[in-house]
Structures are given as structure tokens and as C-alpha cells.
Design a protein around this ligand. Sequence first.
Ligand SMILES: [Zn+2]
Length: 159
Amino acid sequence: MKIEGCRDKFRTYLASRNLRLTNQRMAIFDAAFAESSHFTAEELLDKARRLDASVSRATIYRTLPLLTESSLLREVDIGKNIKYYLANPGDQPQQAQVICLDCEHIFEISAPFMDWYGVTVATKLGLTPVSQRLQVSAHCDVFRRSGQCPHHTAAGKPA
Ligand SMILES: [Zn+2]
């Protein structure tokens, strides 16, 4: 789905909840969809404020659930206190995550076999699968050798 389609989906979802697509919500949406990798709520706040200085932290925390409930963002829980988010244009197959334990970089890996696997094992048990996830935690071999994680950019933030 193109970004315009996603924006329409967000507008429609908000309307179904009697909410409007305000300038602040639009800035949050645009900041989230400008990101190709994972981000935290605080990172999203910084980026949304660059688009609209009136975006508040409270607005971010009220808007994130709307974006995840409408499936426009995926929430990625890597078992830490902090939550990560990723824009979800909607047409990707099942994704799995591989997490670098040395720099906490999260790789999104296409994992179409997961749908098949989830359906197969659930059906054998007489169950209908609702969701499933696969996460692999891994150490970085280059980091072990050189002390530097290649997933890091010069700024010290995962690429
Ligand atoms: Zn790393």
C-alpha cells in the first residue's frame, strides 16, 4: 500500500472512533512512515516535532495505540522495558526479527513459512491461529572479533 493509501486508512480508522486527523496526528503519521527502521516513542516525538512543533509527548502516547490498533504500525517487543515500532505499509509477508545482542539492532526478516507453520501446528490441535512471532537473539561475530558492531552508524545509533 502506498503512503496515501495508508493515510486514508488512518483517516478512516480515526473517523470510526469519532476522531479527526489533526495536524499533530498527521505529523506523527508522516514521521513514522518516513522511518524505514524501528523507532521508539521518544524518537518518534523528536521527528514529529520537526514536522509540527506543537506535537506533545501526550499526543504521541495517545496516537501510538491508534496506529497499532489500525495495523499501520507494528509494535515489536524484544523483551525490554522499551517498545519499538515499525511502519507497516500492509503488504509484507510474515516478518521475523533477529536482534543483535551487541548493539540491539533489530533486523526484520521475511518469514513466509511462519504462516504455514502456525496454521499447521494449530490445526493439528483443533485451534485457529490468531498471531505468531519468531524472534532470534544473536551475537555479532564481527563484534566478537573487532569490538565494533557493523550495524552501528558513525552516530553510534544502529543503522
Ligand atoms: Zn550489532
